[in-house]
Design a binder for this molecule. Structure first.
Ligand code: HQG
Length: 181
């Protein structure tokens, strides 16, 4: 499988496991899991065929580790980024002193007024390293890196969660905790 094929399959999995499981006629459980066999046969039934080996390859080679298998390998879910209502069940964690959010230039003025909101996702996504934040901000325009004083937020009682692929999640970031460049 070439890179392009893998990316296409990863996007298709994101669509099913984060946004529209009904595309292939399945439901996710309350934590976002679906049985691997159920998923594969649902994909087959909708004319797309994916073998277990291909699925494993897509999951394990994924640049951002978007998906996880359950420990026993029978179930799969997306690690974050859902728009369907699910409870990921991550443990609350203490964030580092600073985290970074990359956003396109055109959103900066409104973020300065309103802070960071989760928009269509379940959480605001923050990153520990500049490169990842830059890549995220670049998707929609000229990227700007916002420095989030996450340590102070945590002390003030804001809750943070960290995903297996090191994305930090929180409910919102008020403007007073954001350092603008
Ligand atoms: C912005 C991808 C106006 C926010 C990426 C962002 C990431 C506001 C956009 C993950 C705002 C929402 C998440 C406010 C925030 N007013 N705009 N008050 N507050 N925004 O895609 O963080 O490929 O929902 O800055 O790599 O860009 O899906 O969030 O630009 O890790 O795995 O509103 O999605 O990962 O956009 O990206 P998104 P995001 P995947």
């Amino acid at each position: 499988m070439n890179e392009k094929d893998i990316k296409r399959k990863s996007k298709f999995l994101s669509l099913i496991l984060r946004h529209q499981p009904e595309t292939v006629g399945i439901q996710l459980d309350e934590s976002g899991w679906v049985d691997v066999e159920t998923l594969l046969s649902a994909i087959d039934e909708h004319g797309k065929r994916m073998s277990r080996e291909t699925l494993e390859h897509v999951v394990h080679s994924n640049d951002k580790q978007r998906f996880s298998f359950s420990d026993d390998g029978t179930r799969i879910r997306a690690n974050q980024g859902h728009s369907v209502k699910i409870e990921l069940g991550y443990e609350a964690a203490t964030p580092p002193e600073f985290l970074i959010h990359g956003t396109p230039q055109q959103f900066v003025a409104v973020i300065a007024r309103e802070g960071l909101k989760k928009m269509k996702r379940h959480h605001v996504h923050l990153h520990g390293d500049e490169n990842t934040a830059l890549a995220v901000g670049q998707r929609r325009g000229k990227p700007v890196l916002l420095k989030i004083r996450s340590g102070e937020m945590s002390q003030a009682g804001f809750e943070f969660f960290v995903t297996p692929n090191q994305v930090w999640l929180t409910d919102r970031v008020p403007p007073e905790y954001i350092d603008f460049p």
